[in-house]
Design a protein around this ligand. Structure first.
Ligand code: 13P
Length: 266
């Protein structure tokens, strides 16, 4: 297993068609040189995966992913996009269970588990997102929600599968609100996730990213926490200069523990 990298993941959500994605790549790439032990992940809309993969193919530190996939490889699922399709377009990763999918599109824990298993069996890396809503947090149910969301994935996977999974903790109340979880609060939930994995006999150190209002002003402090292995960023990843700046600031702040592994397949 190769040494694991610090991960900066850009989730563009419903922004940037193919020509805008190409323009972003042209601006962004000269601003960030590849760095040892650092992975830059981009999740553009599905129609832009091909264009972005092509525009960034010279960079081995860049990996492109889908924001959502269906678990079936093909068939009568109008509007669905399968894993073999995004793979052909250049994706090697997929987000699974992003809170916008769960809460706006009604994605269930069971569907998240199916998608995660399908991604692994098709040879792409799932980045599985978990996180509580404000009501759940205020009601003191954060831990219960995280354990439940994780539980469905734990049930669907074999222990060995976890060497190819990446997780993101994204509290719903922090997404797009400008109110990030404090580094200590985020670190505490990352610990909880790790304990839950351990309790279920997952021996590998699964990378856990934090997401929710990450900015160039708070990334350094978040990444100084050893529990936080990278960031998953929406709004602040949309401008090439700003994203390059955030990546540099975060990279300087991180002290990498030894023994990290790279969860992305070739
Ligand atoms: P923001 O960085 O815009 O809060 O979005 C976070 C997110 O949802 C990334 O997946």
């Amino acid at each position: 297993m190769a040494e694991r990298s610090l991960i900066f993941a850009a989730n563009w959500k419903m922004n940037y068609g193919p020509s805008e994605a190409r323009a972003f790549a042209q601006k962004f790439l000269p601003l960030t040189a590849p760095a040892e032990g650092r992975n830059l992940w981009f999740f553009p809309p599905a129609v832009s995966i091909g264009a972005l993969s092509e525009s960034m193919k010279s960079r081995s530190d860049v990996t492109i992913g889908a924001q959502n996939v269906h678990w079936e490889p093909k068939g009568p699922f109008t509007g669905g996009i399968s894993i073999p399709m995004v793979k052909e377009a250049g994706a090697r990763l997929t987000l699974v269970g992003h809170s916008e999918r769960r809460h706006m599109f009604g994605e269930t824990d069971d569907q998240v588990a199916k998608k995660t298993r399908a991604a692994l069996s098709s040879g792409i890396t799932p980045l599985v997102c978990v996180g509580e809503t404000l009501a759940e947090r205020d009601g003191g149910r954060t831990e219960q929600v995280i354990v439940r969301q994780l539980g469905s994935v734990l049930q669907a996977l074999k222990v060995d599968d976890w060497s190819r999974v990446v997780l993101a903790y994204e509290p719903v109340w922090a997404i797009g609100t400008g109110k990030n979880a404090s580094p200590d609060d985020a670190a505490q939930i990352h610990e909880l996730i790790r304990m839950e994995l351990g309790r279920n006999s997952v021996g590998v150190r699964v990378p856990i990213l934090y997401g929710g209002s990450v900015s160039k002003d708070n990334v350094a402090e978040l990444l100084t926490r050893p529990q936080i292995d990278g960031v998953l960023v929406g709004g602040a990843s949309l401008q090439a200069e700003g994203w390059a700046d955030l990546v540099e600031k975060g990279s300087k702040a991180k002290v990498r523990p030894s023994g990290w592994h790279d969860a992305v397949e070739g």
